[in-house]
Design a protein around this ligand. Sequence first.
Ligand code: UT7
Length: 329
Amino acid sequence: MGSPAIAILGTGSYTPSRILTNEELSQQVETSDEWIFSRTGIRERHIAAKDETTSHMAAAAARIAIADAGLTAADIDLIIVATVTPDMPMPSTACFVQAHLGVLSHAACFDLNAACSGFIYALDTAWAMLGSSRYRHALVIGAERMSTVVDWKDRTTCVLFGDGAGAVVLGPARGTAQIIGTKLYAEGAHAHLLCIPEKKCAPGEIAADAPQPPRTITMKGREIFKNAVREMEQAAREILDHHQIDAAAINCVIPHQANLRIIAAIGQHLNLPPERFFVNLERYGNTSAASIPLALDEARSTGRIKPGDTTLLIAFGAGLTYGSALVRW
Ligand code: UT7
């Protein structure tokens, strides 16, 4: 007997109410709305308030996804949060989410770090765990508070990122909806191109004595751009080939929302028109692991994804990590 079919039963998302526009940013660093919008497609991003932690945003998105799935928090027995901005190094953000939700079922909880590809990695992981039939309903969340790891004086990165969360509930397929496949990749040799250098202690030194450089994002933008186009195209082609699905049969592509020019280039390479891609980065910027589930929820709630549709998700991020997923609704 094969693995049971698993489907996305519900989606949800949350973004903080505070909006930071390109205009406002141009008062802080030497930039302009014209530069940011023409080079990235971003107009504004959401910024978390002081008490709006990653787990709070994740739980807010999760509540909506659970209700959308027609379930209650007690039905959830696995919570995975993909994030590079956990509330704390320990315990996991997923444990905080469980507490916020008041989950009584002792759901297994852990975080996963695959940077901007985190949601696809978490989806793959939860799909496999549910496929083993040892778990029944999983919350898979991408949540980020990128505003805490951005160097707000560095115009080459601070204009790109935003905060938010997106969540899905996975469970036994109802009807024809199901996850068709996932594919994950990583190229550690290029890890240095995009990273948050860690606070380091020299051998024999204790943290209190060590210099504490700020933990902010450093990125080789042009190199990342080229890799993102090449690798997201590869992730898309290989999953379509593997499942013998023609690109033209995909109703909606949800790419990682980093840069509109990256998305446009992938569309050209795959010979897919721009309308086939769901894009919302104009209003959110790059929300890292939250980007795909945030877009997915918006695509569903606005009717862009309909029952019976086949959706292709493609991600790329630090690692370098990349991956794809095919989902039928
Ligand atoms: O989620 C992980 C994946 N991350 C990404 O996918 C990001 C990928 N990279 C990119 O999206 C683009 O490389 C950026 C948007 C980061 C940069 O765009 P670019 O067209 O590659 O610009 P550039 O880095 O080549 O810089 C061009 C010029 C430079 O000035 P000079 O050296 O030509 O005088 C920069 O200093 O633009 C300047 N610049 C800016 N000017 C105004 C860089 N950032 C800004 C800015 N405002 N914010």
